[in-house]
Design a protein around this ligand. Structure first.
Ligand SMILES: [Zn+2]
Length: 420
């Protein structure tokens, strides 16, 4: 068993938290922004200091590689993203990059023998906060391997044309050109040169903390579906039209959301999660009864049979009239549960057991770059406990002890994969 350095890990956490520091405990670090470029340069500086060779591909992903004893062996890659959401925390994404760096630093410092070259990687634009969609660049790089249903959303030309949400005159492609980090397509993650992919991420939920466990051994990313509900009513004056004669599309939507909660909860699946996080109301004027409302529902669970039970509830809504309004239900997209490579999950479990670090197996409810990578390469993930389960916000926190334990398990998992 080898152990990573908490002192070095803390130094990285402190340093990277400066890049995009918003002044109240968190960061705003949009992809390819000046702040992101600071983080990328720090990655380059630290990795060159241990003798790693830096490569940058044509979509600004960065790869820092140290050689193994076998010059013909494929690389084992670890990584995550440096970008954040607006007013995000100091751990989402960057923890995976810092952990990968920590593994390489530990290997070099302790002269740990290994056969395969080891690579620490930065994925560009995982959050998609400035240039949607999320997981944009792993979608581009893994495009040929993605399921048909997902692939359509990640066409290279469309992604380059993705407009900044702050300034629609700027595109992702232009930001890429200007960044100085547009490298060569030949360096993209690929099957010929890379063997396995690993990603550490914060849990972004309270399960580990509630269970008193430090590290999560992740076995899958949950399957999900997303449906759109549309309600058609009639706009009338808020002051003149009697209540019984109204067709209020917002009231219809509100009734439907309550119905969905009641019926889905009755199904009795404790691990099921579902969310209405977005709603559109027309004409959205305080003196008008709304004539049109739409909202989405996002539903996630590991088992397809459970998702199908919920789907039956969702579809049944279209058969009813709600507050005098017609209801339409349309599928926007879905994905099947993505299981990580079983052998790599087993290595991670063994590494956790041998290290004596408290851990448990859990699922990922969120998407990550590793999910798209897993269509190309055998892949797995580790989660580090998140304080109060908070993420995508400034109070997001994982202790230096837990962060270092994550890196230690990653290191020993990688060494097991290396020694095959
Ligand atoms: Zn993330």
């Amino acid at each position: 068993m080898y152990t990573c350095s908490q002192k070095r890990m803390e130094d990285k956490i402190k340093t990277f938290s400066k890049f995009g520091d918003a002044g109240h405990g968190g960061i705003t670090r949009y992809t390819l922004s000046a702040e992101d470029i600071q983080a990328r340069n720090e990655f380059k500086r630290r990795m060159e200091a241990i003798g790693a060779v830096i490569e940058v591909d044509d979509v600004a992903n960065m790869y820092a590689t140290i050689p193994g004893s076998d010059p013909n062996a494929k690389r084992i890659v670890m990584g995550s993203h440096t970008d954040s959401v607006k007013n995000g925390g100091n751990y989402d994404g960057i923890l995976g990059v810092m952990s990968a760096m920590e593994v390489l630093e530990t290997v070099v410092e302790q002269k740990i023998p290994h056969k395969h070259p080891l690579t620490a990687m930065i994925w560009t634009n995982e959050e998609g906060s400035l240039y949607p969609p999320a997981m944009m660049v792993s979608g581009i790089v893994c495009y040929d391997f993605l399921p048909e249903a997902i692939r359509g959303k990640f066409k290279y030309e469309d992604m380059m044309a993705s407009k900044s949400v702050l300034d629609a005159s700027k595109t992702f492609g232009e930001a890429l050109e200007k960044s100085g980090f547009k490298g060569d397509k030949k360096y993209r993650l690929n099957r010929d040169k890379y063997k396995y992919m690993f990603e550490i991420h914060i849990e972004q939920g309270p399960i580990l903390e509630d269970a008193g466990k430090d590290i999560g051994i992740v076995d899958c990313v949950l399957g999900m579906f997303n449906y759109r509900f549309r309600f058609y009513g009639q706009t009338v004056h808020a002051g003149t039209f009697p209540m019984p004669k109204r067709k209020d599309a917002l009231f219809a939507a509100a009734q439907t959301i309550c119905y969905l909660h009641e019926e889905i909860d009755k199904l009795g699946h404790p691990e099921l999660v579902y969310t209405t996080g977005e709603i559109v109301c027309h004409p959205c004027v305080h003196t008008c009864v709304p004539d049109y409302v739409d909202f989405c529902i996002d539903v996630r669970h590991e088992k397809p049979e459970v998702l199908n039970e919920v789907l039956a509830v969702v579809k049944s809504c279209a058969e009813k009239e709600w507050a005098g309004c017609r209801c339409e239900v349309e599928r926007m997209w879905n994905r099947d549960t993505v299981y990580w490579d079983k052998k790599l999950v087993q290595y991670a479990k063994e590494a956790a057991e041998e290290s004596g670090i408290s851990h448990q197996v859990l699922h990922s409810g969120a998407g990550h770059d590793a999910q798209f990578a897993s269509y190309m390469l055998p892949t797995t993930m580790l989660f580090v406990q998140s304080k109060d389960g908070l993420s995508h916000c400034e109070p997001e926190y994982s202790t230096p002890e837990h962060c270092t334990e994550g890196a230690t398990i990653l290191l020993n998992t990688v060494l097991k994969a290396d020694a095959e």
